[in-house]
Design a protein around this ligand. Structure first.
Ligand SMILES: [Zn+2]
Length: 242
């Protein structure tokens, strides 16, 4: 088949699909969406592969040791994840506590966690539009963003109300889902000027420190620096007058 012929067929199909979409616009309805955030415990260990790269290996725990998924507070998990020290021990401690990172991938290069963490940290502080595009499956002219993920939603009916229940099965999906929820609720974040904590902006007051302790520590440090500078100036003046 001629290449030009393929291109023509491709365009024809594309135009047909677009015309169909125009005829049947997407239905948008408002129903609650629930995120139960259930994650199963896992056994985690870090090994070296043939190239000497550190690889995380996860496997199911044995029966009687927490085989069934447990509810997790994903925002708390995110807070802990963002504050991990970049060591194997800290990563293993985190995974022992929360469980599977991604049940579809039993082997993950350790480097990936820290890159993900760094990106997540930055992503939280991106403007709403950027976050939205990076979370979207079609954010970049039909192409997925950095945090695009497919989550499974099922329809549920309980207590007389219909809803969609979104299931996340590992920490990675749960973390991304917190970004989606935050975006949907219009939450904005900022990195603390005194430490690495990322905190939600709750009011119009331009808070730059995440808590009073951090603000106080920064103030103390600034005073010390000013004092040091003043002392140095006094010393210099004395030296000159000698
Ligand atoms: Zn702070």
């Amino acid at each position: 088949m001629d290449v030009r012929d393929i291109a023509a067929r491709y365009r024809r199909d594309q135009q047909r699909a677009e015309a169909e979409r125009g005829k049947y616009p997407v239905h948008a309805i408002a129903v609650p969406v629930q995120f139960p955030f259930l994650i199963s415990l896992a056994m985690s260990q870090i090994q070296q592969d043939a190239d000497g790269r550190a690889i995380l290996r996860q496997s199911s725990v044995t029966l009687g040791n927490g085989l069934f998924p447990r509810p997790v507070d994903s925002w708390k998990m995110r807070e802990e994840f963002l504050l991990l020290k970049q060591t194997d021990d800290e990563l293993l401690g985190f995974l022992d506590k929360f469980g599977w990172w991604d049940p579809t991938r039993p082997l993950i290069p350790v480097e990936e966690f820290w890159v993900f963490r760094e990106t997540l940290m930055q992503a939280l502080c991106w403007p709403e539009k950027t976050r939205g595009k990076q979370l979207s499956q079609t954010g970049f002219q039909g192409l997925p963003g950095l945090f695009a993920t497919r989550l499974q939603a099922s329809f549920a009916y309980s207590d007389g109300s219909p809803k969609f229940v979104v299931s996340t099965s590992g920490c990675a999906d749960a973390l991304i889902a917190t970004l989606q929820c935050d975006l949907a609720r219009g939450k904005e974040f900022r990195k603390c000027r005194g430490c690495d904590v990322i905190f939600p902006i709750t009011s119009k007051h331009d808070k730059v420190f995440h808590d009073r302790d951090c603000q106080h520590a920064a103030l103390v440090q600034r005073r010390r620096e000013e004092q040091r500078k003043r002392k140095a100036e006094i010393r210099a003046t004395r030296e000159r007058s000698k």
